[in-house]
Design a protein around this ligand. Sequence first.
Ligand code: CU
Length: 509
Amino acid sequence: MSRRGFLALGAGATAAVGLAACSSGGNSSSGAKIGPTSPLVAQAEQARRAGNANVQSVTLDAVLSEVDLGGVQVKTWTFGDSLPGREIRVKRGEVLHALLTNRLPQPTSIHWHGLALRNDMDGVPDVTQAAVAPEGNFTYEFAVPDAGTYWFHPHVGVQLDRGLYAPLIVEDPEAGANYDSELVIVLDDWLDGTGTDPDAVLDNLRKNGMVMGGATDSAMPEMGHGAMPGMTGVGKSNVLGGDAGDVSYPYMLANGRIASAPTSFEGRAGQRIRLRLINAGGDTAFRVGVPGVAMHVTHTDGFPVVAPGGVDSVLLGMGERIDAIITVPEQGVPVLAIPEGKEAPYAQVLLHSGASRAGTANDAAVAQLKMSGIATVADFTAAPGVTLPDKKPDVTHDLTLAGPGEKYDWTINGRPFDPQSGLPIQQGQRVRLRFVNDSDMFHPMHLHGHTFQVRGANGKGPRKDTVIVLPRETVEVDFDANNPGQWLTHCHNIYHGEAGMMTVVSYVE
Ligand SMILES: [Cu+2]
């Protein structure tokens, strides 16, 4: 059955589920919303901020750039004319002061992905601030509460799918390092400036309505490999339970470079390296692995996990991060990032081992990694120190994820995004969100301002802020409502989010 036919059936089911979906407990007749300018937001910040906290100041200029991807020149938008943007590195408890200047032809903003920061600094236009107009500026200033691997990007339109992203690393001043060195790798799917751009891709998706059904659509028999950049409809993935994406990309990048001109890291045999992996892609999940080298995962989305033992590869949905420790082998070896389920090139960073220089991966190594064991969210458990105490939820909200509709609409509970309406919760509550995927594609669902605990088989999965919800599956996450404000929750597929798959977790009095 084609996806189109399947979708037609799905629409009826969605309506029924939409009616059945409800919220239980708590404050259905809600009090006044606690907005970003509420004194409660300032109070929460006060409690986070030590009087003598060190302040780190950075400037971030969002600019038009011409970037070299490694022999491929593209016009795009970046922070500071760099791809990725320059890493920001702070210590937990410090205050970050960032002056954003907008030199773009569109309004913009910055969202600090994964941080439990003050609501008025969260960077979501119409929810936490006004968008920053072209030639305007905005000062972000907030206490940084938790150590971990984070990143930042705009929260306007599909700007994220240009070059506007950078790592934000928060060090723990009290943690003893059990590694020798760090390697931060930002992954991205790239099409900007290759004859199209993300705005044109979204227009195209909306014009075509539903996504074309990949190989099942006779008009477009060979989607994916060799397809026009930005063309819709791509391959399928068992790991992702169905469609691997909606958009085909001609390039995959690791730290801003294509595989034929990679960046490299000077390692020594036996050295322990902490990989900090960040997926900044718009529509692509990555399988990341180092051929012949076990990865020991230590953190998911910044928070520690119980070590599951060495794994061959890890799955990273859009917006997700994984930290893993590897030991540099005698021979240099590439760190590979393969777009999961897409017929697109891989990306890599070369890990040299002293005089043994890593070469580009050969086809056999890539094929082997594709077949190797892959760790997903189900394989991780929060470390004891960050496990939420057992508690029955005070309020449960269902979020039924559906789409694409006729105009490429993606919805939550049957409705497109409305910044004014949301899911009410109250300070102090244990909140459960149930992401119910009623579509044929995976959705990496992200919650702003909190790090939830995914409910695993025994109730205790990893702490995360972005979790993949596979087609036709339900994922439950719990968090304690301790950061007042209006917080977006949305699909981190940028095209799904912009096409409506967003809503607001709304603190009310
Ligand atoms: Cu989605």
